[in-house]
Design a binder for this molecule. Structure first.
Ligand code: FAD
Length: 330
């Protein structure tokens, strides 16, 4: 019988990705509702040492496949290893991060296992009666939320974007069971040769990883408006983010967009400059610890979720903030 909630613990260059840790938090809730356990799947080369981190964040068991074939992510060896684990352990649920790796791996496994997959879920709950996983995600361009069930097949599989689920607090005393699995790889499994990994030089941090976000909306007036927000972000050690209006207008790249069709962020401090606070924007940032909204319209809905609000022209306020932070540093 299918049992337990499995999480694919993604790693890159031997470093566990935050999304896997976040998924362990959600997996704990689901496993509790089912009276089952949380199992993390950790694949890589020389990766076993990372298992403790997964125990500290909620895994009851960690299944490790440690093999040089898994050093870099290549679809076929990773799919083969996870397929083998799935066949042997028959999970009830498997969760993946909706990262480039998760988005490549999860559909391939769904096809191989003959089960369903719900991508980009924003909510996962167990139905009290049927004990099925209710997988909710935006549908029809985000105009409605659809709850999808996979009643006939197991495992029930879902991908979730980084930043959506909340990790458990680290518990260094938490321990679990480490299970080592061996997969018989052949040369034919490595159907792709990785010749070189050319990394783009990342000057900017992903907005889901930033502790401080300086967000600007249509109210900043044009692409030039981001220059002073960038300066403020640099003073604060934060990153610039935005609403969809400016992305649609071509003022800034899409990867900076917060909201229902952008990224979900949860920084310590979120500045909203010239953002009205549409429901689709709030969906991506309202869980921020401290929200400071600056808007010239005192009835803007952003003030309903803000902890602090300044009613005024951002063109006067941003330079003053930069000046104050510079003075403080001097
Ligand atoms: P506006 O709504 O135009 O607000 C501009 C604000 O700036 C106003 O409140 C104004 O008072 C203020 N302002 C103007 N000048 C100044 C000034 N000088 N100083 C101070 N304040 C000033 N939106 C998202 O953000 N993220 C999403 O992921 C997203 N997904 C969507 C999905 C769907 C299916 C749909 C239908 C919409 C989605 N939207 C999303 C769009 C959303 O509905 C809003 O249109 C958008 O968030 C508005 O962006 P804005 O607040 O920057 O612009």
């Amino acid at each position: 019988m299918s049992k337990n909630v499995f999480v694919f613990a993604e790693q890159r260059d031997g470093v566990l990705q935050k999304v896997g840790i976040e998924l362990l938090g959600k997996a704990n809730e689901l496993a509790k509702d089912l009276g089952q356990e949380v199992v993390a799947m950790l694949l890589g080369d020389n990766i076993k040492g990372q298992a403790d981190v997964l125990f500290h964040h909620g895994a009851d068991k960690v299944i490790v496949v440690d093999d040089p074939m898994l050093k870099e992510y290549v679809t076929e060896p990773y799919a083969k290893a996870i397929f083998q684990i799935t066949e042997k352990y028959d999970p009830e649920i498997v969760l993946y991060g909706a990262t480039s790796i998760g988005r490549d791996l999860a559909p391939r496994l769904a096809a191989r296992i003959h089960t369903g997959l719900t991508a980009d879920c924003t909510s996962l709950e167990i139905d009290e009666e049927s004990k099925n996983l209710m997988m909710t995600r935006p549908a029809f361009g985000g105009n409605l939320m659809a709850t999808i069930l996979c009643e006939e097949h197991r495992p029930q599989m879902a991908t979730v974007r980084p930043g959506v689920m909340t990790p458990l607090a680290t518990d260094h005393d938490r321990k679990g069971e480490l299970i080592e699995e061996k997969v018989e790889f052949s040369d034919a499994d490595m159907n792709v040769t990785v010749r070189e990994i050319a990394k783009e030089e990342e000057k900017k941090k992903d907005i889901t990883e930033a502790n401080i976000l300086v967000s600007g909306g249509r109210g900043i007036g044009g692409p030039e408006g981001f220059k002073q927000l960038q300066q403020l972000a640099e003073e604060l050690g934060g990153e610039v983010s935005t609403s969809r209006a400016t992305v649609d207008a071509g003022w800034i790249e899409k990867d900076r967009q917060v909201g229902q069709t952008g990224k979900t962020v949860r920084p310590d401090l979120y500045f909203a400059f010239g953002i009205s606070g549409a429901i689709q924007h709030l969906a991506g940032m309202e869980e921020s610890d401290l929200i400071i909204a600056i808007n010239k319209n005192d009835t803007a809905p952003i003030f309903d979720v803000a902890d602090l609000g300044i009613v005024g022209d951002l063109n006067a306020i941003v330079p003053k903030l930069i000046e104050e932070y510079q003075k403080e540093k001097a």
